[in-house]
Design a protein around this ligand. Structure first.
Ligand code: SF4
Length: 353
């Protein structure tokens, strides 16, 4: 599907150079610095003459706010944005004591159809442009002031590696132009192996987060359908090669689903694969999703599961849930506005398989 009209953050330096061709060459640096280092609106880039500011101001941006929700005493802000063609995406800003992190979307909807995910159940609309990805960070970083956004995680709506080229262009823009360390940029994937291999060959050593959720093919085929195309053995090989190429510890994301992937046998399988890949495991207590029957593991059970992983020699922590009261899990804010999903659930069948 074609992308909508080019926005201000879709233009690269060459495009702006063409726009400023009658200006002294240093104007381009002033503009670029204003847009990306200072994250300013063109009208506030006072190093530029007024005539240039107003010309740049006329180039549209991509994101129009539909809803903004604040929770956790102001530490979590979530936006639902309308794009120029009416597609909707979401962005979350999270403040912690030692950092501020923005979680961004790379696609409107998602084609990966993970069974427990509101976005996956709603289907795929289109890839986001580079500008639509970058602008989410710009808007959140402005809102974060006087704090500075230090980390970006590509873990919002969509599968980043299914929109590889634009995800990577956005990553480079955030690193080279906004000035963020590659070590503070995390790209997630549900297991798109060719994308992991392209990442391993790319120049910047970004963090890789793999949404694993199951450590045997039968269960992973069910929870994460892309596993049928890239089964666990292929995924683990790609992770090992990524670690060898970048020296960056991989994280395995594991949404804790009651009675589905929280059994002792799941802990044993997960610990084995995490040890092999020297990966860190993030256990994610599931937020309740409106109209969606999948049930997260009880809190005490998440703790037990985490302890068990530790006993088995795996490095694991429980991710703090953010914004449960504002629908901060994947796809949920958008779901609350426009969709109701219905999917099968499985209850705890027995403590062991
Ligand atoms: S969990 Fe991620 S990859 Fe899976 S359907 Fe949801 S957005 Fe897509």
């Amino acid at each position: 599907m074609p992308l909508p009209t080019t926005s201000r953050y879709d233009l690269d330096r060459g495009a702006f150079a063409a726009l400023l061709v009658t200006e002294p060459s240093y104007r381009l640096d002033q503009l670029w610095q204003g847009l990306y280092r200072d994250l300013a609106e063109p009208s506030d880039i006072t190093t530029l003459p007024k005539s240039v500011r107003s010309r740049i101001d006329e180039i549209p941006t991509s994101l129009s706010p539909v809803a903004e929700s604040v929770s956790d005493g102001g530490d979590t802000v979530k936006w639902l944005w309308d794009l120029a063609d009416g597609a909707r995406i979401e962005t979350v800003l999270m403040h912690y004591t030692d950092r501020s992190t923005v979680c961004i979307s790379t696609q409107a909807g998602c084609a990966m159809a993970c069974g427990f995910c509101a976005t996956g159940q709603a289907g795929f609309e289109r890839n986001l442009s580079t500008g639509e990805i970058v602008e989410q960070v710009v808007r959140a970083a402005r809102r974060a002031r006087p704090r500075r956004v230090s980390n970006v995680v590509f873990m919002g709506m969509g599968e980043p590696l299914a929109n590889f080229d634009r995800t990577w262009e956005a990553t480079e823009r955030l690193h080279h132009d906004v000035g963020m360390s590659a070590r503070h940029l995390t790209i997630s994937t549900v297991g798109v192996v060719p994308g992991i291999r392209r990442l391993a060959d790319a120049a910047l050593p970004v963090n890789l987060a793999v949404s694993l959720h199951a450590a045997n093919d039968a269960l992973r085929d069910e929870l994460v359908p892309i596993n049928r195309r890239y089964p666990l053995a292929m995924l683990v090989d790609a992770c090992l090669d990524y670690f060898a190429a970048k020296g960056r510890r991989i994280s395995f994301e594991w949404a804790m689903i009651d009675g589905v992937n929280d059994r002792p046998s799941d802990a044993a399988e997960l610990a084995a694969v995490a040890r092999r890949c020297r990966a860190h495991v993030n256990l994610i207590p599931l937020n309740p999703t409106p109209g969606y029957p999948t049930v997260g593991s009880p809190r005490a059970h998440v703790r037990e599961f985490c302890d068990r992983l530790g006993e088995l020699g795996a490095n694991a922590t429980i991710r703090g849930t953010r914004g449960t009261d504002i629908d901060a899990a994947c796809g949920q804010l958008r779901a609350g506005h426009e969709i109701s999903v219905d999917a099968p659930t499985r209850r705890r069948p027995s403590p062991d398989r």
